[in-house]
Design a protein around this ligand. Structure first.
Ligand SMILES: C[S@@+](CC[C@H](N)C(=O)[O-])C[C@H]1O[C@@H](n2cnc3c(N)ncnc32)[C@H](O)[C@@H]1O
Length: 215
């Protein structure tokens, strides 16, 4: 089997420095082992991990300036939150996961790979009642209308919300607008990219409270 680094090279993606590659590889090992008992991911080959999880996280990472505080909403197996913490040690990353056994597994993975990231067994919107972040990332947690409903009342604590979406995003946006959930929200496409092997484009939507100006 090819190594993670060889897989990244074969897919013609930028190869992170050795220390980061080793940590990503250790993360995959720990995640896939934990996945035997807790359902954390369906991406259990380097090819899937790189072409989906790493590509999405690299795209999100490009949008976040140095040193910012980031909340990952609904981390599941740690994408994008844990992968972002590995790629960007300058960021203060918090992972939120509402299912207890998944949060426990994430804690164990972070410990095993000596990763400095905070893991909270909590719904993201609950955390946002008490803490605020510069950015909130979200992938595969729910359609836009649900994310907007959960964030109602805590938008300013969430900062800029970076939502990784697939081709159905316009329908999701219309659905959220029809439910009256976008009246006080600015929404724009801030990245569009194709992942290796995919015949559709992914994109990142940035959502924030109208007039949000922090940093
Ligand atoms: C389908 S998984 C996706 C995980 C990961 N973001 C990814 O893209 O691979 C969604 C996860 O979000 C968690 N979740 C759903 N709503 C949440 C919320 N409001 N706050 C925190 N976690 C949430 C679920 O328990 C589940 O583990």
């Amino acid at each position: 089997m090819s190594s993670l680094k060889e897989t990244i090279e074969a897919l013609e993606l930028p190869v992170p420095e050795d220390g980061i590659c080793n940590k990503l590889s250790a993360y995959c090992d720990a995640l896939w082992k934990a996945n035997e008992t807790v359902n954390l991911t369906r991406h259990t080959t380097y090819e899937k991990f790189v072409s989906r999880d790493l590509v999405d996280t690299i795209q999100v990472s490009r949008l976040i300036p140095a040193g910012r505080a980031v909340l990952d909403m609904g981390s599941g197996g740690g994408v994008p939150g844990m992968v972002l913490a590995i790629l960007r040690p300058d960021l203060e990353v918090t992972l939120s996961e509402s299912v207890g056994k998944k949060a426990v597994a994430l804690e164990a993975i972070a410990k095993e790979i000596s990763l400095d990231a905070e893991i909270c067994n909590s719904r993201a919107e609950k955390l946002l009642e008490d803490f605020s972040y510069d950015f909130t990332t979200v992938r595969a947690v729910g359609p836009l209308y649900k994310i907007c409903t959960w964030l109602d009342g805590v938008w300013s604590s969430a900062g800029k919300v970076l939502a990784i979406k697939g081709p159905n995003w316009k329908n999701e946006k219309n659905e959220a607008a029809e439910k009256g959930l976008l009246k006080k929200i600015d929404i724009e496409v801030v990245a569009e990219y194709s992942s290796p092997g995919a015949d559709w484009n992914s994109l990142i939507l940035q959502l924030s409270a109208k007039g949000y100006r922090k940093r």
